[in-house]
Design a protein around this ligand. Sequence first.
Ligand SMILES: Nc1nc2c(c(=O)[nH]1)N[C@H]1C(S)=C(S)[C@@H](COP(=O)(O)OP(=O)(O)OC[C@H]3O[C@@H](n4cnc5c(=O)[nH]c(N)nc54)[C@H](O)[C@@H]3O)O[C@H]1N2
Ligand SMILES: Nc1nc2c(c(=O)[nH]1)N[C@H]1C(S)=C(S)[C@@H](COP(=O)(O)OP(=O)(O)OC[C@H]3O[C@@H](n4cnc5c(=O)[nH]c(N)nc54)[C@H](O)[C@@H]3O)O[C@H]1N2
Ligand code: SF4
Ligand SMILES: [Mo]
Length: 715
Amino acid sequence: MTEMLLKYFREKQEKVQSERVYDAQCPYCSMQCKMQLVEQSIVTRTKHMTIAQDNPTSHGRICIKGMNAHQHALHSERITSPLLKVGGEFVKISWNQAFTYIGEKFRNLKEKYGKDSLSAYGGGSLTNETSYLLGKFARVALQTKYIDYNGRFCMAAAASAAKEALGIDRGFTNEISEIKEAECIILVGTNIAECQPTIMPYFEEAKENGAYIIAIDPRSTATTETAHLHLKIKPGKDALLANALLKILIEEDLIDESFINNRVKGWQEVKEYVERLSLDHIAEETGIDLSLIRKAGRKFGEANASMLFTARGVEQQIDGHDAVRGFLNLLLATGNFGKKGAGYGAITGQGNGQGGREHGQKADQLPGYRSIENIEHRKYIANIWGVEESELPHKGVSAYEMMGKIHEGEIKGMLLMGSNPIVSNPNANYVKKAIESLEFLVAVDMFVSETAQLADVILPCTSYLENKGTLTNLEGRVMLREGARPAPGEAKNDWAILRGIARELGKEQYFAFSDVEEIFDELRLASKGGSADYYGITYERIKSKQGILWPCPSEEHGGTARLFENKFMNSDEKAVMKVIGHKESRKEVVTEQYPLYLTTGRIMSHYLTGVQTRKTSALEARNFESFIEIHPSTAAYYGIEDQTLVKVRSERGEIVVRSKFSTAIRQDTVFVPFHWGEDQNVNMLIPEELDPICRIPGFKLGTVTITPIHSPILN
Ligand SMILES: Nc1nc2c(c(=O)[nH]1)N[C@H]1C(S)=C(S)[C@@H](COP(=O)(O)OP(=O)(O)OC[C@H]3O[C@@H](n4cnc5c(=O)[nH]c(N)nc54)[C@H](O)[C@@H]3O)O[C@H]1N2
Ligand SMILES: Nc1nc2c(c(=O)[nH]1)N[C@H]1C(S)=C(S)[C@@H](COP(=O)(O)OP(=O)(O)OC[C@H]3O[C@@H](n4cnc5c(=O)[nH]c(N)nc54)[C@H](O)[C@@H]3O)O[C@H]1N2
Ligand code: SF4
Ligand SMILES: [Mo]
């Protein structure tokens, strides 16, 4: 009887079940894996699952974050109507009320303190269309010079290094499929196995084809474990190591003289400089055995085609620009550009980290990677926007420096879109005070993040499932995200929110877009002739070709798979080498009071400040709190046991996290991820110094002391 009943119900279930499938693209890392959300209604219940879709970059792969991404987008804590803070509590208001109130506040601040009292702060999760519009919104609607974004913390060093050395910053100089053609690959400060997991098969294939892989990281990670050689460097010493490798290439006669003579400037100075350096001294300073450095240099130089990839381990340093230049010197000296299986890749971080830095959210940039200080560039963009060149503001300051401008009283109001700065900025206590002291803060988010909690108004935006637009992946491939699911409640697309506020500021005519594709068409024009030229890319073409690699200057152009085959992009078509001197003095060094190096980064299951992944039960179940990775011998010295609470203190603040013993880390170094806020926010410990060239903070190097917390209840 029971079986019959079950059969009856099963059959009935199948009858009433309905299924909807939404095409999607992962909201997280720069691989931008294609996927589908399957929504099944079964009697009274709706079930969701994410499945992978084939595409030229991720080939039908997704990782654990992608697989569970829908959990945050469908979460009950999504904000579904505008919220106004009244007496310390958020109350729901209508969009009309919100826009009117924001317009009034921004206008008042402008009248009282001037245009530059307003600011915009963006992020690399925003689509190209929103990034473009946010840049235009700051310059045309707010009319302020103060705009920057979280990409300043992410790609600034690699971007500025590639731009100066090679004349263009496209992340990867080659299509991703060329990785398998390389004979030697150096991975510097990148943990791709946890941070871009679906890229790993490319490296595995390269290995199967005989490639030799070298990883440079102070920790053993899932990535270094796949390498043939791991150089376990002391944090912050990468620039020195790059010079040592170059000296070895010279000593071993592995330099490509003809490539240098024809295509590179600055070689003599660099050569003379590194020849004077002592390899023994560098080995001691970097903490790496000289024989291993020599082996790495030989393998790299002897290969017919070598590739080198950098990520935040080497870039998020106060000499990040120079350190990347040091590694670019190696590729230039060996002629490893413009041919199959040879080239450079800055492994982009956020989903639209690449496109987000090309279209004008950066303080000194206009769309198409144009410069806001170049008169021709200003005129071109002013013309597209229909304003006078003289009306365009000049460059502002970098993201962290905006916090200084708030403290100084120069910035009074901010529109925050797609970032959680009180958790992601260095020197986080100072940053929290800055945000708290703003006269008016509007946060546009899906959730009440730690920073949104401090806002006067929170505006609900749509998620990756609901917001259509283009994003540019780590190869430079412009992809179209469908965003076809209806928005929950009254949530709006970011670009529509900008249009609504612009209207209140009397600038409606500049933002009168009725559809996201119209914004893209304006972006195409604005980028035309710029170094990030998207002019030839249309929604139709993206759909039919599954993404197009920029530069793509005309609709007849197929996109650019490999850069620099015949020329570099600097005006004289040559690449530029740079002498990397060592001004170590600005970096923190361990002292008796703060005897350990602190480095920070990521783990597989969480994303950035965790606002989205901490709302994802499948991920939260894996790691629900932060930790400190520490060598057991170091822990023993401080009387710390495994899995116990530890106070970690720097000159700027302190946090409490749980110990996690690992022999994989250097004994002089501890590692803490940055996915948690409040008393686990590791950025309260991170110094405020910035790289003088690209203004990236040194997230990868602080000095701390640690003490056990002997609490029988807590432990
Ligand atoms: N799971 C997950 N994936 C992500 C993200 C995430 O939050 N979680 N974020 C995305 C974003 S925005 C970014 S920017 C990327 C970041 O991607 P990665 O840069 O690969 O990630 P990190 O963990 O920050 O740092 C990489 C490695 O640098 C090492 N490192 C630390 N100090 C040094 C040093 O001084 N020298 C060298 N050579 N190495 C050092 C760390 O031990 C770490 O293993 O990941 C993207 N993907
Ligand atoms: N110690 C340390 N600090 C670091 C780093 C490190 O390695 N170590 N890495 C740095 C790096 S590389 C990065 S990229 C930054 C990132 O740090 P943040 O800029 O703070 O990035 P998220 O945590 O992703 O915050 C994004 C916020 O935007 C919301 N959001 C997501 N998608 C959208 C959208 O489409 N529209 C809108 N309006 N909102 C959206 C999310 O809900 C979330 O609240 O952190 C930096 N900070
Ligand atoms: S987090 Fe990155 S690798 Fe994982 S599914 Fe998303 S885009 Fe792909
Ligand atoms: Mo990033």
